[in-house]
Design a protein around this ligand. Structure first.
Ligand SMILES: O=C(O)CCC(=O)C(=O)O
Ligand SMILES: [Fe+2]
Length: 235
């Protein structure tokens, strides 16, 4: 792998996509655990206000916090560490491993930045691993605006409408996407299947912990720790 080329691509676009980064069989095991954990009718975790206002349909799960160790092997993968070193420099830290689950027919996630972009060097790095294929048939494609991590605030507006310059990513089983937290991104609605991603969130040394507590949507800023809208955004 040409790490310096990947770093250039990440700095230019705000994301990189690496298909087949993990063995399909390895992540298929995690896929099974995820499906078993959520079952057919999982309970929502976020407040109704958040789910309605954010136009975001996800149920998070932090398996490592419940003593499930199966997700560690991906986190400890030497190539994943090398890529992270390349993007974040030495002494970065892992925040947590979070599974994000969306059921059939759910709306995915509206446009957002995982953390406010006012400090360009203060950001989280999403290391997203996909345990099953995402394509036009399943829905749930990841929309990104290349280079938007250098464009400041996501403009206020319609939370889910198409944005100029957006590109759709269709990760497959075993794909790794490294995504800068300031990159404007969303998840398209899910069709007939369930959709899950595993996010091994990390940040460069010196980044304050809890950097992703406030998320920027096109209609609001939302603080997860207090479950509150801290700013209404209007056009
Ligand atoms: O599930 C995805 O593909 C993207 C999730 C996301 O927006 C994030 O982890 O910040
Ligand atoms: Fe996100």
């Amino acid at each position: 792998m040409d790490y310096s080329a990947l770093k250039k691509q990440f700095d230019r676009d705000g994301y990189i996509v690496l298909d087949r980064f993990f063995e399909p069989a390895q992540v298929a095991h995690l896929d099974g655990l995820i499906r078993r954990h959520y079952g057919t009718d999982p309970e929502l975790q976020h407040s109704n206000e958040f789910l309605t206002r954010s136009q975001t349909d996800v149920i998070p799960w932090f398996p490592q916090q419940q003593g499930v160790t199966d997700f560690d092997v991906v986190q400890d993968n030497p190539r994943l560490k090398l890529i992270t070193d390349t993007i974040l420099g030495d002494d970065w830290y892992g925040e947590y491993c979070m599974v994000m689950f969306s059921g059939p027919g759910s709306q995915g996630q509206a446009w957002h930045q995982d953390c406010p972009p006012e400090h360009p060097h203060r950001f989280n790095l999403n290391r997203l691993v996909y345990t099953s294929d995402v394509d036009d048939e399943t829905g749930g494609q990841v929309a990104v605006v290349p280079g938007s991590h250098r464009m400041g605030l996501l403009p206020p507006g319609d939370p889910s409408a198409d944005l100029d310059g957006q590109v759709l990513l269709r990760p497959r089983q075993g794909t790794l996407i490294c995504l800068h937290g300031h990159t404007w991104h969303r998840v398209l609605p899910i069709k007939a299947t369930v959709r899950a991603s595993i996010n091994y969130r990390s940040a460069a040394a010196g980044t304050p912990e809890g950097v992703t507590d406030v998320c920027v949507y096109r209609n609001m800023r939302y603080r997860f720790s207090t479950a509150s809208v801290i700013e209404e955004r209007v056009v």
